[in-house]
Write a protein that binds this ligand. Structure first.
Ligand code: BG6
Length: 508
């Protein structure tokens, strides 16, 4: 997508890997799940692919009473369990020499003084040259303390020849007002170009492929509008429950957890006009235009649905309901399933509903975008039954089983003109020998390279909350979510919501 800004790279040769220059990463929240399952393995995978500088440094900051070697052990275990690429002793040894641990509290100045000393020591010992990214994988209420301390201890700004960047993970607030407050805190310390907001869906190869698919080809764009498209379905279904994340999830729910960010970003990529270039400013501008054209339904009772999983069967195992999960109050009204209809009020999409749905403990893990086309204007098959023929659909399979499917009607071999739906498939696994990097590999590398296109900016975050706030408010003021069995495809009200529009959800 972007050429990046790495001087090591010859801009003429697009196959050259993008390699980060001298730098380090400071990780706040090293004891959390995200660090262990995604961030530490991604750092290792990048090192293993030769994309990190030889003197790369990884600093862990947490309250634990750890020495550097205890931290190294934690990273080691995480890498062994979750990294994508094979474990190579040589990569590990070189990487581990750059590990440091700083024991500290977010509100304690002395801890950040130690962090400053550590960073300076790394500049000397590892040649990180003053270039450091601070990754805040911590609850948003800890942001003010941390960014304030970074500023106070001279960690937030480079010296002119070096850079400092901050990486923030969602949730970017829990509504518009809190998102603005959070942004004020961060923007008082870091200029906009140094702030990297992570929406890990944008780091997925298949999500970036939406742009390639739409804008590198001539044959799809002519039908990509309300003349041909009947509606669009964006599905993010998970088979897992909330696991050990009660503290984060309860009171947040499915809409704030993933519609506000991942699904609205997918929708923006599907609906946007072609950007002048894939530079951050142009890409973000087009996404922003879509988000500002979104209209929410007037009748939220008819065009939204939500549910909460109860006990059921999944993968041959009996699983418990949401209210029985550890640390969930049994009066909780948090939704674990959400479906909403949105309309985009512009010339291209007027009259084409976008249906977004997500849920936990559904029948299967699948994320896809289905563009469903209008029926053919005339079917000249008088002798043939055509009722069974479905709509033409183009399905972008985001995960798992990454690829694209085109569904259309075809003649069944034989004498009569009998018709049936068939599909034409592109599968990543079959077409490419390279396997896809994890989203976090791509995004961490982009942070270290200072390459911003895949990071939403604050305006997009605000616009997304403007869409969602009235919906979650309406839900809070009205009934509880409808129970659905684990392993099913969600509450009946979601099916009714589409049936009212004369449509039905796909069963992926
Ligand atoms: C996260 C959500 O952003 O995305 C989780 O907080 C969800 O609730 C996860 O499980 C899903 O990510 P992926 O990449 O597995 O689809």
């Amino acid at each position: 997508m972007s050429l990046g800004s790495n001087p090591l790279r010859d801009p003429q040769d697009r196959r050259m890997p993008r390699i980060a220059g001298p730098c380090g990463l400071v990780l706040f929240g090293v004891t959390g799940d995200l660090s262990r399952k995604k961030l530490m393995p991604a750092v290792y995978d990048l090192a293993n692919r030769g994309l990190l500088p030889p003197g790369f440094a990884l600093v862990g900051f947490a309250r634990r009473d750890w020495a550097d070697r205890d931290f190294a052990k934690v990273v080691h275990d995480a890498v062994k369990e979750y990294s994508r690429t094979p474990f190579r002793e040589e990569t590990w040894q070189q990487l581990a020499e750059g590990f440091r641990f700083v024991r500290g509290e977010f509100g304690d100045g002395a801890s950040f003084e130690r962090l400053r000393e550590t960073v300076e020591e790394l500049d000397e010992a590892r040649g990180t040259s003053g270039n450091h990214a601070f990754y805040l994988s911590i609850p948003p209420d800890a942001f003010p303390d941390v960014v304030g301390q970074l500023k106070e201890h001279g960690l937030a700004a480079g010296d002119g020849s070096s850079w400092r960047r901050v990486v923030i993970e969602k949730p970017f607030g829990h509504d518009l007002a809190s998102a603005r407050a959070l942004n004020n805190v961060v923007s008082e310390v870091f200029p906009p170009e140094s702030v990297f907001r992570i929406d890990h869906y944008l780091g997925k190869e298949t999500v970036q492929n939406i742009l390639a698919f739409r804008f590198a080809n001539a044959m799809f764009e002519p039908v990509w509008n309300s003349n041909y498209v009947d509606h669009i379905q964006i599905t993010m279904a998970e088979d897992i429950g909330i696991g050990g994340r009660a503290g984060y999830y309860d009171g947040i729910g499915a809409a704030r957890d993933v519609i506000q960010n991942h699904l609205l970003q997918l929708m923006a990529l599907i609906a946007m006009e072609d950007p002048a270039s894939f530079e951050a400013r142009n890409l973000r501008l087009e996404k922003q235009k879509v988000l500002s054209s979104v209209r929410i339904p007037e009748r939220l009772d008819l065009h939204t649905a939500r549910g909460q999983y109860c006990a059921g069967w999944q993968g041959g195992q009996k699983v418990i309901g949401y209210l029985d999960e550890d640390d969930i109050p049994n009066s909780s009204a948090t939704e674990t399933y959400a479906a909403i209809r949105l309309d985009v009020e512009n010339r291209r999409w007027a009259g084409v509903p976008f249906y977004l749905r997500t849920g936990k403990r559904l029948g299967r893990r699948v994320t896809e975008v289905a563009v469903v086309f209008k029926p053919a204007p005339h079917l000249p098959f008088t002798q043939t039954s055509t009722e069974e023929l479905g709509s033409n659909a183009l399905v972008m399979r985001i995960q798992p089983d990454e690829g694209v499917t085109l569904r259309f009607g075809a003649k069944v071999p034989g004498t009569a003109m009998e018709l049936r739906d068939v599909s034409m498939d592109f599968a990543y696994g079959g077409a490419f020998v390279e396997s896809s990097p994890e989203a976090y590999e791509r995004l961490i590398l982009d942070v270290l390279l200072g390459d911003p296109p895949l990071f939403p900016r604050h305006e997009e975050v605000e616009l997304s909350w403007k869409i969602l706030d009235p919906i979650v408010q309406w839900w809070a003021d009205n009934d509880k979510p409808e129970p659905y069995s684990s392993g099913s495809w969600g509450p009946a009200s979601a099916d009714e919501m589409l049936a009212r529009d004369g449509r039905s959800w796909r069963r992926p």
